[in-house]
Design a protein around this ligand. Structure first.
Ligand code: FMN
Length: 296
């Protein structure tokens, strides 16, 4: 399908999965240059976060990395997509990081590449060097990238099974009408049912799906419902670990908006806290998508 972004969004969202077993074939020069060009054209966030991305190879380090937690599960590629951003805790920069990097991932998916977000424990020093991380920058996550192996490895099944990757929360747990006590039924979402369904398919750290969306007459309001005990905020501040659930939110925003763009439905992101009672203290307002026409 012809599209602004030069790839079919819904198709990419539906075919993407966290690929952990690759073919051991380097990314072709053609695919790499197409992806690098895409990165050059799409590296800025909606709210102006300063982001940088690079594709790099870890040759000798992989053996060491293998021994380190998550990397043990990545087989058959030594290529990684690495992102850096200027540190900030107050704005929506981490969300924007997730948004932009997921856009790049969907483009990569359309080229037949497999990807896997890696936000858990990873050896930052190796990737810091790869992207020449500056003093005021952080490296929130990296993406394993390459051609997927024909047959998925045992690790794919183990991890996917472990985090229940193929499972997503049902509509009534994620989408609401006016307030958090009224679930939004798919049939009532009208033209928005596809963008919401595409949001539901978004990847998230440990498949926690921390996004909640409330629709009212002003627009679609995005809330982050943190998982209790998951990544204690105090610990995050003390270590240099990124707040992965904020990245998850950005990924969800990407799936939602990119699908809307593909459907030629236009609108804008605004930060304007709506008068909606929060269901608990784990939930916080993030951002709203407001359509250009009055019809929501
Ligand atoms: C921010 C983020 C961090 C992630 N970190 C890891 C990781 O460290 N290791 C890993 O194997 N998978 C990681 N994942 C992949 C998720 O486990 C996966 O997206 C989720 O289980 C849903 O499965 P799917 O991507 O196949 O749809 C991460 C995903 C996101 C969005």
């Amino acid at each position: 399908m012809a599209h602004l972004n030069n790839y079919a969004v819904v198709n990419s969202i539906q075919s993407r999965y966290s690929c952990r077993t690759f073919q051991n074939t380097p990314i072709s020069a053609g695919h790499k240059s197409e992806l690098l060009q895409f990165i050059m054209d799409h590296h800025t966030g909606t709210f102006g976060a300063k982001l940088r991305f690079q594709i790099g190879t870890i040759k000798s380090g992989l053996a060491i990395l293998r021994r380190l937690n998550t990397y043990g599960f990545i087989k058959g590629t030594d290529e990684f997509l690495v992102g850096a951003m200027t540190q900030s805790i107050d704005g929506l920069e981490l969300e924007e990081f997730g948004y932009v990097l997921e856009k790049i991932i969907l483009k990569a998916t359309s080229l037949g590449l497999g990807t896997c977000w890696m936000g858990g424990t990873f050896r930052k020093s190796v990737f810091r060097k790869m992207i020449s991380l500056k003093e005021d920058e952080i490296l929130p996550a990296v993406i394993a990238i390459g051609y997927p192996a024909e047959k998925r490895g045992v690790a794919d099944y183990v991890i996917r099974g472990f985090v229940k990757a193929t499972r997503r929360r049902s509509w009534d747990k994620l989408f609401f009408l006016e307030d958090f006590s009224t679930p939004l039924i798919k049939e009532e979402a009208g033209a928005f049912s596809t963008p919401l369904e595409m949001l539901r398919l978004a990847p998230s750290a440990s498949n926690r799906q921390p996004w909640r969306i409330v629709k009212n007459s002003h627009g679609w309001h995005f809330f982050l419902q943190r998982t209790e005990g998951y990544q204690d905020q105090a610990i995050l501040k003390m270590t240099d670990k990124a707040d992965l659930q904020r990245i998850d939110m950005g990924i969800a925003m990407c799936h939602f908006e990119q699908t809307l763009n593909e459907m030629e439905m236009s609108g804008k992101w605004h930060i304007n806290t709506p008068q909606i009672t929060l269901p608990n203290d784990l939930t916080e307002y993030k951002v709203s998508w407001v359509p250009e026409s009055n019809s929501v």
